[in-house]
Design a protein around this ligand. Structure first.
Ligand code: PEP
Length: 249
């Protein structure tokens, strides 16, 4: 049995005091046995968040990392630095980073390897653009991104990865993939993992859906056999809405 995982992606939102106030609001509420809840916040919030979630079930994630341990990489943050803070998760390859910050399948793979080196669980984002979907290339695009992201991982590492299937046209747009369509692509992604590793490894990997998930539609996704949770942007910013998402899982 895979434990469902609801991860909030705060993107570039919230100051430190707003982040602390959020945790105070969700403490004891967005904590449900059998569901993992994670907040992926801007780097500036991470020390305060790690402190604020102590004694709760809520985990903290970053939204990016550099693959090197240290060096002349102005503006970057390493996995070693995140591990030192006590961060548990890291989002890798979000479509906004692929689109605006030159993230490639190659850098995604380097970052996935770095996350394991520093005991961080990667949440690897894959998904197609609207024109790719319209051209019938959804599965092909996801297959390539999954193959590249998992390249060189051991079975033990692969089993720990969380994959977020996020059709790009559904992110922040209010347009969501139907639960059935998302389930079909996610089932296909798991088939790729079986081909790359084996059934046992693939069955361990948690695969989330992401793209305009809200409290009022989260259950539709969670009712699907292959969907193990959600990566949520906009609806994760409000404490009540985040709590409802965790309850919905
Ligand atoms: C995201 O940022 O990964 C995301 C899915 O955003 P939203 O839920 O706002 O569509």
């Amino acid at each position: 049995m895979r434990e469902p995982i609801i991860a909030g992606n705060w993107k570039m939102f919230k100051t430190v005091s707003e982040a602390q106030a959020f945790i105070n609001e969700v403490k004891g509420r967005a904590e449900i046995d059998g569901v993992e809840s994670v907040i992926c916040a801007p780097f500036t919030n991470l020390p305060a968040l790690v402190e604020a979630v102590k004694g709760t079930k809520i985990k903290v994630g970053a939204q990016n990392l550099h693959w090197e341990e240290s060096g002349a990489f102005t503006g970057e943050i390493s996995g070693a630095m995140l591990e030192d803070l006590g961060v548990n998760y890291v989002i890798i390859g979000h479509s906004e980073r692929r689109a605006y910050f030159a993230e490639t399948d190659e850098t995604v793979n380097k970052k996935v390897h770095a996350s394991f080196k520093y005991n961080l669980t990667p949440i690897v984002c894959v998904g197609e653009k609207l024109e790719e979907r319209e051209a019938g290339q959804t599965k092909e695009v996801c297959k390539l991104q999954v193959n590249e992201a998992f390249r060189g991982l051991s079975k033990e590492q692969a089993a720990q990865v969380v994959v977020a299937y996020e059709p790009i046209w559904a992110i922040g747009t209010g347009k969501s993939s139907t639960a059935e369509d998302a389930n079909e692509v996610i089932t296909y992604i798991r088939e790729q993992l079986i081909a790359l590793f084996d059934v046992e490894t693939a069955n361990h990997v948690r695969i989330q859906y992401g793209g305009s998930v809200k409290p009022n539609n989260v259950r539709e996704y969670m009712n699907q056999l292959s969907i193990d949770g959600a990566l949520v942007g906009g609806a994760s910013l409000d404490p009540n809405s985040f709590t409802q998402l965790v309850e919905g899982a």
